[in-house]
Ligand binder design. Structure first.
Ligand code: HEC
Ligand code: HEC
Ligand code: HEC
Ligand code: HEC
Ligand code: HEC
Ligand code: HEC
Ligand code: HEC
Ligand code: HEC
Ligand code: HEC
Length: 367
């Protein structure tokens, strides 16, 4: 998983060709402690100010950020000597050097979840002198993070459905604290609150320009929450980094109102709900959406090759009615909402003035 380049490949690259060195480091400047070590052990002549090196950058063109103690010009603040030509080794190893001034980080690094490279060496991500990126970063944040996180890099690069949260603003650090957090996976907030902190506006649109629901308001107004939503686990259905499936879903789910029945296209729902409840024509046990033993799930999903998808009847996040039956469903691309007029009755339920005139089903034996 972790992509850690050995000391030797770097030393070898150094020995063979300096330009290759620059290129190698540029493609993976999120240097590991081993690489920092490797660079330190390398001959002084190789310490050109390549983006991956920890040496000070040339002052022209002006770096994007510069460290206050470096600006002060006294190398001895951190190195053994004040001579900028020969500052010698640093006086303390690892984060200890940094924490001496950045006292607030002592607290951050005591949080229940801390980031391995921050425990190891702050210079895995920061140049201690100056840098071409904000906050002394060795690389622009997403490239920095994905230089070590191969699996996430692949998800982001190959996502048919990308997530703007990952690609805009602070990118990875919109959601993760690079140093330490009280929340698992270094999240900056509890996962549910994190999602809700952005999905709380009426103006959000997807990549195709389609308006997205204000989920925060929807959840506030519809108190009957679907199991995994009530468990505050948005990630049980959504992949936050990017996905091959509609709406960043972890598994397939048909994007349309009508779709021919194929269990694979409902892999999302069937990862938690039993598929046989939808594919068995006659049953008196598998589902309550039946008239006697006629399975109405089967009928609606599979009828005449023009099945209605779950969204025709169910809200997936939260609803006002039981069984997450919706009040209305967006129909067509014009934004028109088809009212459902569903009624729960003592012995089953009824639906009228929807796709058909009133129809009633009975799923309990007459008493
Ligand atoms: C805030 C602390 C700090 C200050 C101030 C500082 N350095 Fe450094 N410097 C470091 C750290 C940390 C390293 C990483 C290498 C290490 O751990 O030995 C380093 C490494 C270097 C390297 C070697 C880079 C490499 O690729 O091995 C050079 C050259 C250097 N510093 C020059 C200077 C000069 C010149 C000054 C003064 C103008 C200066 N530094 C001031 C912290 C500092
Ligand atoms: C001698 C004190 C001192 C030491 C040692 C020190 N820093 Fe700093 N650092 C500062 C000061 C002062 C600032 C500016 C603070 C501010 O603007 O609020 C700063 C700012 C920063 C910033 C933010 C830069 C920006 O552009 O906003 C980063 C990142 C940083 N330091 C990382 C480090 C790392 C990594 C180390 C250890 C290699 C380190 N510091 C060691 C004093 C120090
Ligand atoms: C995995 C990469 C990574 C490591 C390791 C790391 N940082 Fe950072 N650091 C970042 C990123 C990314 C930011 C910018 C966060 C943002 O504002 O989006 C940052 C920001 C900072 C800032 C500026 C904070 C601010 O609010 O302006 C300081 C200071 C800092 N880091 C110090 C440290 C210290 C000290 C260590 C070692 C204990 C360390 N960092 C280790 C990635 C890292
Ligand atoms: C120098 C390599 C390196 C860089 C750069 C790096 N990481 Fe990591 N990250 C690691 C390692 C090592 C782990 C621990 C992996 C493990 O335990 O499987 C880790 C773990 C994580 C975890 C999981 C934490 C947990 O508790 O399970 C998250 C989230 C994460 N990193 C996010 C980021 C983000 C965001 C960035 C960019 C700001 C980043 N990483 C940059 C090396 C890196
Ligand atoms: C929209 C918020 C968000 C953004 C932006 C984001 N992540 Fe995550 N990330 C999450 C959540 C939520 C989890 C936990 C997922 C879970 O538990 O299934 C996570 C988990 C992770 C993990 C741990 C994976 C594991 O299997 O343990 C890593 C590593 C990680 N993210 C890295 C990144 C990197 C790198 C970026 C930037 C390219 C990034 N994340 C951007 C929300 C985000
Ligand atoms: C049980 C699985 C599941 C869970 C849990 C879940 N979602 Fe969804 N989400 C879906 C499905 C399925 C869709 C597509 C709905 C449709 O188009 O009919 C969707 C759509 C969305 C959309 C797009 C809405 C639109 O207007 O088209 C957003 C935003 C969203 N989910 C965010 C979240 C957030 C935030 C959470 C956590 C509070 C969450 N989801 C939890 C399954 C889930
Ligand atoms: C930093 C803000 C931010 C955070 C945090 C965030 N989102 Fe988003 N999300 C967006 C934006 C902006 C869009 C619309 C643009 C796009 O399609 O990515 C979006 C789109 C989506 C979509 C629809 C994607 C599509 O194109 O169909 C889903 C689903 C979604 N987010 C789920 C989540 C979940 C789940 C979380 C929590 C893990 C989350 N978001 C956290 C900003 C955010
Ligand atoms: C991560 C697991 C998970 C996934 C995925 C999932 N569900 Fe559920 N679902 C549950 C749990 C747990 C319950 C029971 C709690 C409740 O009533 O919400 C439930 C209940 C339901 C109910 C109401 C049953 C009742 O007794 O009230 C409906 C309807 C439903 N799910 C539809 C769907 C649809 C449609 C999908 C696919 C878009 C889906 N579910 C995906 C876990 C899941
Ligand atoms: C034509 C409307 C309709 C469609 C389409 C539909 N459902 Fe239902 N579903 C219902 C009704 C009505 C109930 C409530 C039955 C009762 O308890 O009276 C129900 C109940 C459920 C339940 C509760 C357990 C049960 O079977 O009684 C689950 C889970 C469920 N549906 C999941 C789904 C999934 C997953 C899909 C898509 C694969 C889907 N439904 C498609 C109308 C529909």
């Amino acid at each position: 998983m972790m992509h850690i380049r050995g000391i030797f490949s770097i030393l070898l690259a150094l020995a063979i060709s300096p330009p290759l060195f620059a290129q190698t480091v540029q493609s993976k400047p999120g240097a590991t402690a081993a690489e920092v070590q490797a660079k330190r052990a390398s001959p002084a002549s190789a310490r050109t100010a390549s983006p991956g090196s920890l040496a000070p950058l040339p002052l022209k063109p002006a770096p994007a950020s510069s460290h206050a103690p470096f600006e002060a010009g006294d190398c001895k603040i951190c190195h053994q000597s004040a001579d900028p030509k020969q500052p010698g080794p640093v006086v303390k190893k690892g984060p200890t050097l940094c924490l001496e001034c950045h006292e607030e980080f002592a607290g951050v690094m005591k949080r229940p979840h801390t980031h391995a490279p921050a425990r190891g060496d702050c210079t895995s991500c920061h140049n201690p002198h100056n840098a071409n990126y904000r906050k002394l970063l060795l690389q622009e944040p997403r490239a920095l993070c994905t230089s070590c996180h191969d699996a996430i890099a692949k998800i982001v690069a190959n996502a048919a459905v990308p997530h703007k949260a990952v690609t805009s603003g602070a990118q990875c650090t919109n959601c993760h604290n690079p140093h330490g957090s009280t929340v698992e996976k270094l999240l900056v907030q509890l996962p549910f609150d994190l999602c809700a902190s952005c999905h709380n506006v009426d103006t959000m649109i997807d990549a195709k320009g389609k308006k997205l629901q204000n989920l925060k308001v929807w959840l506030d107004n519809n108190k009957n929450w679907h199991g995994p939503v009530a468990a505050k686990d948005c990630s049980s259905c959504h992949e936050p980094h990017g996905s091959a499936h509609f709406r960043l879903l972890k598994e397939d789910y048909p994007p349309e109102f009508y779709a021919p029945y194929d269990p694979r296209t409902y892999a999302l729902c069937f990862s938690c709900h039993q598929e046989s409840a939808f594919s068995t024509a006659q049953t008196s046990t598998l589902t309550s959406f039946r008239n006697g033993s006629t399975n109405l799930h089967f009928l609606h999903l599979q009828q005449s090759g023009r099945g209605r998808t779950c969204r025709a009847c169910h809200e997936v996040h939260a609803s006002k009615q039981d069984n997450h039956i919706r009040e209305g469903v967006p129909y067509g691309s014009g934004g028109w909402v088809l009212k459902l007029h569903y009624k729960k009755t003592a012995s089953g339920g009824s639906c009228e003035k929807t796709c058909h005139s009133e129809k009633t089903y009975v799923n309990k034996p007459a008493r």
